[in-house]
Design a binder for this molecule. Sequence first.
Ligand code: ADP
Length: 492
Amino acid sequence: MKFVGITKRWFLNVASIVIIILVAISVALIFSLRSYYYSAAAMTLDSYSSEEIASSINLYGDTSEKGFETAGRKFVETFPDKETMAVWLIDSSGNIVLSSSGFEIKGEVEMPDYAMALVNDEGSAKWTGKLPSGEKIMASTCIYDYPNGTHGGAIRFMVSMEAIDEQLIRICLLIISACVALFSLVVISGSFFTRSIVNPVKSIDETAKRIAGGDLEARIDHYPYNDELGDLCTTINDMATKLAATDRLKNDFISTVSHELRTPLTAIKGWGETLLQIGDTDPTMTERGMGVIISEASRLNDMVEELLDFSRMSSGRLQLKNEKIDILAELDEVVFAFKERSMREGIELVYNAPRVLAPATGDSARIKQVFINILDNAIKYTKHGGKINVIAERPNKATLVISVSDTGAGISPEDLPHIKEKFFKANTTVRGSGIGLAVADEIVKLHNGELEISSVLGEGTTVKITLPIERAERDSSEKEGDSKTDEHKEEM
Ligand code: ADP
């Protein structure tokens, strides 16, 4: 496990806290156990107080002066707890005269408990230390004074602390082993956990770098967990899919636009060369050629305008004029302009609109552009003999609904959700840049309206534009002079 990045942070944050907690718990546990065992030993020694010794000694007979030693010997010899405790008899001069083990105690023996018991009020004292043999003991000395106050001697009780210390060392080792095992478990599970994060993050990083480098087919491998990282993987994969799709659309768009620009340019160039050749010898031909050049140039101009609008729209710079307009007057104008083209292409164009004012604040040129794009599509995708219905309705005084329905090619259900996306072309056989609907939708939105498209493949398409209108100062009836109906049918 390399201690870098997330792994290092995990180790510093989690593992160090675990270590601190384990050490604190172990130390507390060891100290409480030590104090428990030592207190138990002290309690055993405490069961022999000076008063009890005095009454025991009295039981053994003569309590007159010098009689303590004889009674003390009996006490030591018959002491019942010899297995767990050693007992010494100390005479009034402080010499050890008898030991419960039967062995003679030779040499200088350190007895701080005896010294303390001599001077304190209780007549007894405890001490933990080592015997000359090196054995660790806890000792308690109880002083015996005769009833007349003369010092008689003392009894010293001792318990060995060796077994207790050994037991404590065993428990310590057990606790340390448990801590090491627990810590190893934490480290192993932590390393699995950090690896389960670090590895996918590395893979995400590599894939993101490949995507950034232009490899839009790069995807993050399957991530097995349903968590935040899984969501991130899905988001990045989706992003790459969308980028790839946009890239494809962009490439298609460039080739479509180049093609669209080339067609009128070829016509202009061709007619220009012809006119140069014939000079002013054939005025009919010159007039026809100039007509083609002008119409193709204006088609080029429209395309360039559309591209500029689209670029403004993409960068959020598409700005509207805020002027008082009559939406229906704009629609009238556009439908009128398309009348001749529809007749030329053998398509019936039916226009049905109320004779009312539809005032709004907006940009007349942009609103017209929306109608142009929609009607242009309707004619483009409808064959000779087809029909286009343009219906304007005012369902209430604040809304105008314009629907343009055709009996054309229609759009498949798979393409329909993408139809308003920029560069999207469902039908690649018909000329068009794939941005007309995207621009129209944006303009309608900027006028606080809505553009909806419904279609049945092979049967036709309906584009419904809903726009808010303002209250007219003079209402419908005044425009037509009829107060009963505000609907007017006009066929073209
Ligand atoms: P284009 O300039 O290619 O027409 P649009 O953004 O105006 O671009 O339209 C996008 C796509 O929507 C078109 O390529 C076409 O496939 C489809 N479409 C739009 N209007 C119609 C319609 N009236 N009938 C059938 N298909 C349509």
